[in-house]
Design a protein around this ligand. Structure first.
Ligand code: NAD
Length: 340
């Protein structure tokens, strides 16, 4: 039986990836600081541990794995990444994890390793306009990411490439563009735009109002989790190292994203624009390279993934809004039942 290690298996993408690998018949070990938040892990073995600690990495890679997926990172949405408040932690924690896990894999000859980089590595100067034709992989340099999160990802991309060059690793580096779906962060300050918008719409009245950071004309593309996993697995098993974009080319403004969510909810929603952390003005994926190399690219419309995500977030909102039930008075058993 083939063995896979998923670092960050308690997180959004990692927990979904574990399910996918289990469905394919892998023996899977997960490792994370925490178990998945919304449903039990399907991993055969799960280590709750801190990958900044080299000893934990050695414990996690105590044998040779056929596939290692390194998704663990200190990350979150714009409210976490772009305020500057978490910069030192983000850089230190994520770099430490990558440095450690590569060394641990080297000791056990676990050479096939996937690394989840990000669209945040792309230079700010290519993302100044809301209209963005799509970031091609070759646009990464000269480097000028707009966040320390992006700089750490770029450093780690180079680290993985160096391990491939010097130690014979089969690295696969993908740049994810805004992945979303059910069972992702939605209310803890680490949620990203699709989850935050779905939550606000679910909590709003009808008609209602929701807050949107900035003028809402900033653009992004969003990729549904199932397509992200499909791309990840196909790429991992290909004979090509990347880096490659795994993202959607369906770019929308945040105002448009809110309008789609409102449509799905069947609500009349007016956006109220307030100051907030924004990130770059316009970002889109360019999928020419992934299609050229893998003969595959994401194709599902944003609205279909958003409908599934809205349904899940609406349920979470309902659960938190439901008034606490008053203790029920004891019910006397009807005679007939008691007699049976
Ligand atoms: P997530 O925050 O849900 O998952 C990351 C997991 O890493 C968390 O469960 C966290 O507990 C774990 N982790 C953090 N520090 C750790 C440590 N010291 N030891 C062990 N585990 C630790 O994020 P996600 O959305 O699932 O993203 C997965 C990966 O993909 C990350 O590397 C992220 O940077 C990258 N990425 C994600 C997106 C996206 O839109 N979700 C976009 C670009 C890149």
């Amino acid at each position: 039986m083939k063995k896979a290690l998923v670092c960050g298996a308690g997180g959004f993408i990692g927990s979904h990836l574990v399910k996918r690998l289990k469905a394919e018949g892998f023996w899977v070990r997960g490792v994370d600081l925490k178990y998945p938040r919304f449903s039990p892990t399907q991993a055969d073995d799960f280590i709750v541990g801190d990958l900044r600690d080299l000893a934990v990495c050695h414990e996690a890679v105590d044998t040779r794995f056929d596939e290692v997926y390194q998704l663990a990172a200190d990350m979150g949405g714009a409210g976490y990444i772009f305020t500057g408040e978490n910069d030192a932690s983000v850089m230190h924690n994520s770099a430490q994890i990558n440095l450690n896990i590569l060394e641990a894999c080297r000791r056990r000859n676990s050479f096939r390793i996937f690394y989840s980089s990000s669209a945040c590595i792309y230079p700010e100067y290519r993302q100044l306009e809301a209209e963005n034709a799509g970031l091609a992989e070759s646009d990464a340099y000269p480097a000028a990411p707009d966040s320390e999160y992006g700089w750490e990802k770029l450093f780690s991309e180079r680290l993985y490439a160096a391990y491939a060059r010097n130690h014979g690793f089969e690295v696969r580096v993908a740049r994810y563009h805004n992945i979303f779906g059910p069972e992702g962060a939605w209310n803890d300050g680490k949620e990203k735009a699709p989850a935050a918008i779905c939550r606000k719409v679910a909590q709003a009245g009808n008609p209602g109002e929701i807050e949107i950071w900035g003028d809402g004309e900033q653009t992004r593309s969003f990729l549904y989790i199932d397509e992200c996993l499909e791309g990840t697995i196909r790429f991992m098993r290909s004979d090509w190292a990347g880096p490659v974009n795994i993202g959607s080319e369906e770019m929308v403004s945040i105002n448009r994203l809110a309008a789609i969510a409102a449509d799905i909810a069947g609500k009349t929603i007016t956006p109220r624009h307030i100051p907030g952390p924004l990130g770059v003005r316009g970002r889109n994926s360019n999928n020419k390279l992934i299609f050229e190399k893998l003969a595959w690219r994401p194709s599902q419309p944003l609205a279909s993934g958003l409908a599934k995500t809205y349904a899940w977030i609406d349920l979470q909102v309902q659960k938190t809004q439901r008034p606490k039930e008053a203790p029920k008075p004891a019910i006397r058993q009807p005679e007939i039942e008691a007699a049976e």
